[in-house]
Design a protein around this ligand. Sequence first.
Ligand code: AMP
Length: 305
Amino acid sequence: MKNQSKLDLVVVGSLALDTVTTPLATRRDILGGSVSFACAAAAFFARTGMVAVAGQDFPRAAHARLRKFNIDLRGLHKAAGKTFRWSGAYERNMNQRRTISTDLNVFADFSPQLPQSYRQAPFLFLANIAPDLQLQVLSQMRRPKFVAADTMDLWIRTARQPLHKLIARIDLLLVNDAEARLLTGQEQLARAAAKLLKWGPQYVIIKKGEHGSILASPEGLTLLPAYPLEKVQDPTGAGDAFAGGLLGCLAAVKKLTPGTLRQAMAVGTVVASFTVEAFGLNRLAAIKRANLDSRLRDFQRMIRL
Ligand code: AMP
């Protein structure tokens, strides 16, 4: 029998109640945060443990939803105070997002102690949260095989030093195009990627929203389009779901080559495409692994030359 407590992947990041405004609707205090999207996406493929903190106001229904995704929650702490909150609004074309407010709340002084069972996991994803916290989690892991990290403009502006320290210690950095430019001061993404590779990671992925993603490795660049959708309801969490799907797939395959990384990017692309079809985690909660596999086949057919 498989040891159910043994994890393939550990993810740390923000656990949030989001208020999201799109041109058509506003949803208040819905379950979100980088760790929720990333874990929900990864758990389709691999045994995934969450490291995060919730406040006393964290709704039972949100907790139940995380459990239903089959996420290991032994690393989810409860603290006195309010849950992290983020609020943002999208412009008409949904490509432009404005952050209205970020309230760290219980994340402001969260100092995670990972359960022993988490420390042995071979894969680690440091999803978007304060770089100091990402470093704290990294330092508690015992020789992970592969470490990936994401970040955001807020941390690039306010926590550059710990962010640089982090980037030097990871295998894969995931950033979006605006973050890559902000981090490196390079306008051309190929140049930005080359600069980021020099800072330490073996791989850099630059996400470009509906325009797909770029993988940079010592072997050169690989381009992948996004899955074309007719209707996008809420782009929030697409980047986190992309990364979660990618890491979950890699952790399941257990083989690390530029080839498996490209396959994992295709999986991440497909999970992200489902995520944006509804608000928050609603769409991911409604699909099964078979839906992902079927869209993945469709996507592979589309990108064949
Ligand atoms: P994405 O759309 O992939 O960039 O991720 C959006 C998610 O990131 C939302 O659910 C937010 O709760 C979360 N988020 C927003 N700002 C931050 C921040 N500064 N640190 C960590 N998570 C954040």
